[in-house]
Write a protein that binds this ligand. Structure first.
Ligand code: KIV
Length: 263
């Protein structure tokens, strides 16, 4: 089993080795991922792929705590980051109360919050109080309703410069790494080159310091839609459906359980 990552190892990876991050929501999958992934992200995307909701906004702090404990139980050697869900970090005071709760009730290593320069004060307040923070800039899933959809960022000069500024502000506020989502590849590279902390991309091209994917997307379990940036490394949905269909057919034909599976 590889040694657990630390914040300094994550920071030192910049320029040396691309970081591998993947989401995990439970102990079973966390255990399967820990050998290959540097970081497990308990993303609020679980609200979509696990809870079947149309966006991440209704994920609650209680749910994030429950899933973080499951992930930590399954993978003691993984560096775990937990998403702060929508509505739990509207002010710096509220953010700290909720962040402390996640740290006290789980063994997560860090929290991720969405937002750029506008969230720098909150990031600073958390990091000054002993909470490690991963930023999240670019396309912000928690803003999907206010923005009227998932919109790729960095399409013009102004948007590109604003992303560079977001990353710098978040870094200065103390974030140890930054997720950048749904951003034109050249702009994401520019952002990564503008800061000293690792910038981990999702739908942001190859010129960043690491990649993150939602596991149910990349293993082909989530069938509702597949964003352009998702590579399916497994056709999980077909494998599962075929396995369950075979089980059903064997139950009906009484082929299962055979002698081998009977006391
Ligand atoms: O919730 C999540 O899975 C995320 C990734 C999209 C980075 O934040």
């Amino acid at each position: 089993m590889p040694k657990k990552m630390t914040i300094s190892k994550i920071k030192n990876a910049k320029g040396n080795k691309p970081l591998v991050m993947i989401t995990a929501y439970d102990a079973l999958f966390a255990k399967l991922f820990e050998e290959s992934a540097d970081i497990l992200l308990v993303g609020d995307s679980l609200n979509m792929s696990f809870a079947g909701k149309s966006d991440t906004l209704s994920a609650t702090l209680d749910q994030m705590i429950y899933h973080t404990n499951a992930v930590c139980n399954g993978s003691s050697s993984s560096f775990v980051i937990t998403d702060m869900p929508f509505g739990t970090y509207m002010t710096k005071e509220q953010a700290l109360i909720n962040a402390v709760r996640v740290f006290q009730e789980t063994s997560t290593d860090a929290l991720k919050i969405e937002g750029g320069a506008d969230k720098a004060e909150i990031v600073r307040h958390l990091t000054c109080n002993g909470i490690a923070v991963c930023g999240h800039i670019g396309l912000l899933p928690q803003s999907v309703r206010s923005e009227g959809g998932y919109k790729v960022k960095g399409k013009d000069e102004r948007s590109a410069m604003s992303l560079v500024n977001d990353a710098k502000e978040i870094e200065q506020a103390g974030a140890f790494c930054i997720v950048i989502e749904g951003v034109k590849a050249d702009v994401a590279s520019l952002v990564a080159a503008s800061v000293g902390v690792p910038v981990i991309g999702i739908g942001a091209g190859a010129g960043v310091d690491g990649q993150v994917l939602v596991f149910s997307d990349m293993l082909g379990f989530f069938e509702s839609f597949t964003p352009k940036f998702v590579k399916k490394y497994l056709d999980g949905a077909t494998l599962v459906k075929n396995a369950v269909a075979t089980y059903a057919q064997e139950v009906v034909s009484r082929e299962f359980p055979s002698e081998q599976y009977t006391y």
